[in-house]
Design a protein around this ligand. Structure first.
Ligand code: FAD
Ligand code: NAI
Length: 466
């Protein structure tokens, strides 16, 4: 029987990164993966394919709408959807091969099949009717998450789709109805709107992007509406009639009331994701779940069974690839006897639309709720030189600092490249920096990042260009 120091179940960003770090620390490691390819949700049906389509569809829209004003005259772009899907697939393949390479480079055994925990120290791997059992000193559960479903609305991945189906539609739907104004709904809604779909988003709450700063979300909604998105907030879809050629969605106020019917060609269900633990044998092994079906862990990622740990989407916390990765590194270091740690106060979040939305740390709503006195510094891209010359002036930067100490508690950006810009605030926050520190840091000119410096200056009411 093969024997390891560590067996990781699942090769998403949590699992494969954990395996690499453990191998770097001298452990003999195996990963178990039930999918034909490594990389998990993120590489195969999540982060990567969605970003490929966001990029390609943005280029399509830019070519059609923005080139002429810069004096670049091209004929109206034509959509070749199969080629765009091929572009997406090439991106997936390249990244998946990269994970294969990392496994080989770090001498990590890849066990293809479904992993089941037989108890501390034993994992059974089944594939195509055959099983093998391996022994291991430690197990990390990194089995990720699955789509959340709506009762009575069956996902067929053709007309009623989850994100997975929405990443592979064979033609642009004339009318796309999206249930849930979260990250997936707004990113994939952007893709299909740019390619020609009429997009309507039905959201249960009275705002989009719950969890993001409210002021940013409001401006984001206005900008998306300007692009052609229609929103129905405080509303729920209770049924979808699939009997005819056109889908008929029954929609009613979240609080109850008279219903209406919305016609659509495709319905995207994007109401969140749920932890995935099917077939892992957790109950029999004595690994406890919390009240939301997530694997219960202590602050050191240890489950209720000694030698079994869990990370990523299958445990509590934001369902983000970089959170899973950082937990993967931390748990490998903890198993190796080091002090692995994740700072949950500084985990950036990005919505990769146009404009992008990014955020790190506390929102204004969270600070108010916690009773923390804070100062706000804001700076619009309309006053940023680089944005003006590029004519990409939508959005603003917002820096939130402790009113007494000036320590930066949160940063929020809406605007082009916001996802790349947020990290200077993250680094500053990791070092406990102040708005004054940020404001006195020399920023290259002309860059969009100067808007961050100006927002930090605005905390002290001394922005220069406003
Ligand atoms: P996963 O990536 O879900 O990987 C789990 C792996 O475990 C899978 O490969 C699965 O096959 C395997 N597995 C499960 N059970 C078993 C078993 N019993 N035996 C063997 N293998 C098993 N996050 C971001 O940070 N940025 C983004 O831009 C982003 N975009 C997204 C877009 C979409 C459309 C979706 C759906 C998600 C997106 N996410 C994004 C979220 C991100 O994909 C997840 O947070 C991340 O993949 C979680 O990593 P993980 O390692 O915990 O699990
Ligand atoms: P989400 O949690 O971001 O948004 C779901 C939305 O659906 C919420 O606004 C919620 O209020 C709404 N909702 C729930 N039930 C509803 C109902 N019955 N009717 C109408 N609205 C309803 O979940 P989403 O968008 O499905 O994404 C899942 C996860 O994937 C997220 O946790 C996110 O972190 C991750 N992800 C991250 C991305 C990124 O980092 N750029 C991109 C895509 C996904």
């Amino acid at each position: 029987m093969a024997s390891y120091d560590l067996v990781v179940i699942g090769t998403g960003p949590g699992g494969y990164v954990c395996a690499v770090r453990a191998a770097q620390l001298g452990m003999k490691v195996a990963v178990v993966e039930k999918n034909p390819t490594l990389g998990g949700t993120c590489l195969n049906v999540g982060c990567m394919p969605s970003k490929a389509l966001l990029h390609a569809s943005e280029m399509f829209e830019e070519a059609g709408h923005s080139f002429a004003k810069m004096g670049v005259s091209v004929s109206a772009p034509k959509l070749d959807l199969p080629s765009m899907m091929n572009f997406k697939q090439q991106g997936i393949d390249g990244n998946v091969k990269g994970v294969d390479f990392l496994m080989k480079k770090n001498k990590i055994d890849v066990l293809k099949g479904t992993g089941k925990i037989l108890g501390a120290g034993k994992v059974e791997v089944s594939a195509n009717g055959s099983t093998q059992t391996v022994e291991t000193k430690n197990i990390v559960i990194a089995t990720g998450s699955d789509i959340a479903r709506l009762k009575g609305i069956e996902i067929d991945e053709k007309r009623i789709v989850s994100s997975t189906g929405a990443l592979s539609l064979e033609k642009v739907p004339e009318r796309l109805l999206i249930i849930g104004a979260g990250v997936i709904g707004l990113e994939l809604g952007s893709v299909w709107r740019r390619l020609g779909a009429e997009v309507m988003v039905v959201e249960f709450l009275d705002r989009i992007l719950p969890g993001m700063d409210g002021e940013i979300a409001k401006q984001f909604q206005r900008l998306l509406e300007k692009q052609g998105f229609a929103f129905k907030l405080g509303t729920k879809v209770t049924a979808v009639d699939t009997s005819g050629k056109t889908l008929l969605a029954k929609v009613e106020p979240a609080a109850g009331g008279p219903s209406e019917t919305i016609e659509a060609d495709v319905v995207l269900v994007s109401i969140g994701r749920v932890p995935y633990t099917d077939g892992l044998g957790l109950k029999e092994a004595g690994v406890a779940l919390d009240n939301r079906g997530r694997v219960q862990i202590d602050p050191h990622f240890a489950t209720t069974v000694k030698g079994i740990y869990a990370i990523g989407d299958v445990v509590a916390g934001p369902m983000l690839a970089h959170k899973a990765e950082d937990e993967g590194v931390a748990v490998a270091e903890i198993i190796a006897g080091q002090a692995g740690h994740v700072n949950y106060d500084v985990i950036p979040a990005v919505v990769y639309t146009t404009p992008e939305v990014s955020s790190v740390g506390k929102t204004e709503e969270e600070l108010k709720q916690a009773g923390i006195a804070y100062t706000v510094g804001k700076f619009p891209f309309t006053a940023n030189g680089r944005s003006k010359v590029n004519q990409t002036t939508e959005g603003f930067v917002k820096v939130l600092a402790d009113a007494k100490t000036d320590r930066v508690l949160g940063a929020h950006i809406i605007g082009r490249e916001a996802g790349e810009m947020i990290h200077e605030a993250a680094v500053l926050m990791e070092f406990g920096g102040s708005a004054e520190d940020l404001a006195r840091t020399c920023h290259a000119h002309p860059t969009r990042s100067e808007a961050i410096k100006e927002a930090a200056l605005a905390v002290g009411k001394r922005a220069i260009h406003m």
